[in-house]
Design a protein around this ligand. Sequence first.
Ligand SMILES: C[S@@+](CC[C@H](N)C(=O)[O-])C[C@H]1O[C@@H](n2cnc3c(N)ncnc32)[C@H](O)[C@@H]1O
Length: 333
Amino acid sequence: MTRISTAPPQELTAALELLLDERSRKSLAERAARISAVYRGGGATAQAILDEDDALAYALYRLPATYAATIHALGRLRERAPHFAPRRVLDLGAGLGTASRAAREIWPRIEKLSLLDRSAPFLALARRLAGEALSAAEIVVGDLSAPPDLGGPFDLVVASYAFTEIAEDSLATAVDAAWANCGGALALVEPGTPRDHARLMRMRARLVAAGARVSLPCPHSAPCPLAPPDWCHFSVRLARSRDHKLLKGADAPFEDEKFAYLVATRAEAEIAPAPARMSARPEVLKHGLRIKLCTEAGIAEVMVAKRDKRKFAPIKKKDWGDEVAAEEISAGE
Ligand SMILES: C[S@@+](CC[C@H](N)C(=O)[O-])C[C@H]1O[C@@H](n2cnc3c(N)ncnc32)[C@H](O)[C@@H]1O
């Protein structure tokens, strides 16, 4: 994939720095620790983000990772469908507008952005941080499992790390509502855990039953062939800023965010899936590479020998999550 910056946009970083000048880093770090404990314990935003300073702590310690995963997934969509140029975008469970900002970076000509969330502190800070990227955005308070009339359909509906918070018994209605608002592509980005992958697969099955085509990351719309304990997820590396490190109490200059994603599309969007995709990091062996693929025919493992230069040269440039063309899939000599 052409390299995309996974760092939050400069405009957002600058706006956050201004707010930080008025705050104690120590108190924000304490808030970040509490918020992290709530999310890790399976709690949702309603328990984690109680006021605008909590939202600010989230912006510094967690948003860089959700942004990186989301812009990576949307970058994959652009790579698969260069002709797709959404003008109207709906961001469900928008929080601070993370996915909206990522979508704007990928498709700068977006004309209308609508953000829906039920968290008052997140939306209050989203308004304060709006800047140019979200200046004309419509920010709506509401429940994504029973959304108000948002003036859809939208060319792109995106939800980043939002469905993970929807209760099991509301998941079906929430995904139906997202699909009803979608006139082109629906992109769901979720944490890369077995639980979230299993839920994503249930949403996938429901979308397919409703007539959706699965365009990414899967090469087909048939049921997912993976069986537990295996699950489909990807990884994105992001640099940590000084404040990010401070709030996390971490020294490492980067972190790897594991995420799962799904893009379901309507036939009109004409987004065909790739014939195959690397479903893990290639394993480097003495004589070549062992590559795990998800293909139209199911899960496959291929060996590409170093001496098979015609195949080895292009494949060694690829990584986990990359598309693989049909001619690259056949086993090496
Ligand atoms: C972990 S945050 C993610 C925020 C943002 N999308 C991001 O990627 O950083 C989950 C978001 O989903 C929202 N959310 C959860 N359940 C919701 C619901 N039923 N209706 C609307 N928003 C919801 C939360 O308020 C929160 O803003």
